[in-house]
Design a protein around this ligand. Structure first.
Ligand SMILES: Nc1ncnc2c1ncn2[C@@H]1O[C@H](COP(=O)(O)OP(=O)(O)OP(=O)(O)O)[C@@H](O)[C@H]1O
Length: 362
């Protein structure tokens, strides 16, 4: 997939802009706080109609404006030239594919894959389980509609059970929601286990490209209760009922799953060095890109937010060499990219304005 044009209005600090993107490599250069990440954040919207850094859409609308608009023209391996338009208002998000309104997220999620490489990614290794779960759920949801549907159904039933627990609800009603959660929950556990096994192989191979030494990398999946079938998961929910009534929320289940990053069969969050953790999360994003491509046949657009600057020159070269040759890359940095890293279309970013920088002659 290649994004050929991006038009934004009142998105964060970008008043109005239309960028025509030519070729495979675009670089957005400028000092801190000018709007480089905002542009990548907008581009990332095409995958799941949401921001990769803010859960709350109201932060995305330019201060003092009632709404923001984002429009994308994309060349797509399977769908040809496609236009996607998104409008954001306080509490309201609407999207159109061509001129057809999108009514279900399931119809677009993952059709336009992007992968973000962010300087915040080390939080995936070191931070709370919620961030890792969100990453895994998005990676699976984007390539497996059944997973996305099961995840939604599980979370709907979980929300209903929690509401009932707060009201001190009866056993029969709780059991009904537990059955729905169990039916969908076992599928989530199974899919997560299989995906992490496949992603671990991709992670090890990407890590070997980026790091100085090839080291076996992977994940240790820690499901919050390992259940092979719905009956055993339902029994677990039932067994927790009294405790959950006292806590007024569902204390265990797939919504509490976690996994650790492993390097050399040791927990990366405690044993890996800063540099190893950085190489690990870059490898994770490469693995995610390969996963998307393998599953959908669509080459994701890569959004590299100030990652080149973080790497020493040797790793920068290796990272670059590890990217798929035919992937579009939108990258940001505070200094212009090295010429040897490719033939970039460069835009200077200044207070939300994007100005094409002419390529130097010769
Ligand atoms: N809703 C909003 N309305 C107006 N401006 C906003 C809004 N949200 C963020 N900003 C502004 O956007 C700017 C941040 O832009 P961005 O995060 O893209 O920076 P950047 O160019 O990537 O910088 P860095 O190199 O520091 O990462 C800040 O000046 C911030 O005040």
């Amino acid at each position: 997939m290649q994004i050929r044009a991006i038009a934004l209005q009142h998105f964060r600090n970008i008043p109005a802009t239309r960028l025509e993107l030519s070729g495979r490599l675009q670089f957005f250069v400028g000092p801190n706080g000018q709007g480089k990440t905002n542009l990548l954040e907008a581009a990332g919207f095409v995958t799941a109609l949401r921001s990769f850094r803010s859960a709350d859409a109201k932060h995305l609308i330019c201060h003092g404006q009632p709404e923001a608009a984002l429009a994308f023209s994309m060349e797509h391996e399977q769908e040809g030239d496609t236009e996607l338009t998104i409008k954001l208002r306080a509490g309201v998000k609407e999207a159109w594919l061509e001129s057809t309104k999108v009514t279900r997220l399931a119809d677009v999620i993952g059709r336009f894959p992007t992968v973000v490489f962010s300087s915040q990614d080390q939080q995936l290794v070191r931070g709370s389980p919620g961030g890792r779960r969100r990453w895994l759920d998005l990676t699976l949801s984007a390539t497996d509609k059944a997973y996305f549907v099961a995840l939604q159904a599980y979370h709907r039933a979980l929300a209903e059970r929690n509401a009932l627990l707060k009201r001190g609800g009866g056993a029969a009603q709780l059991a009904a929601f537990e059955q729905v959660m169990a039916d969908h929950g076992v599928g989530l556990i199974r899919a997560r286990r299989a995906a992490l096994a496949e992603l671990a192989e991709l992670l090890t191979s990407a890590y070997a490209h980026i790091a100085d030494h090839a080291e076996p990398a992977g994940f240790a999946y820690a499901p919050d209760g390992d259940h092979e079938d719905a009956a055993s998961l339902a029994a677990r929910f039932a067994a927790m009922r009294n405790r959950d009534l006292a806590m007024r929320s569902t204390s265990s289940g797939p919504h509490r799953d976690d996994f650790d990053f492993m390097l050399h069969a040791r927990q990366a969050k405690t044993f890996a060095s800063e540099g190893q953790q950085r190489a690990l999360v870059l490898s994770l994003r490469l693995a995610q890109a390969t996963w998307f491509h393998r599953r959908s046949g669509v080459q994701p657009t890569l959004l590299a937010d100030d990652v080149l600057g973080e790497l020493d020159p040797a790793r920068r070269q290796r990272f670059w060499a590890a990217l798929p040759r035919d992937a579009q890359v939108l990258a940001t940095g505070t200094t212009a990219p090295d010429a040897e890293l490719g033939d970039w279309q460069v835009f200077a970013v200044d207070h939300g304005e994007f100005v094409p920088v002419e390529a130097k002659a010769g």
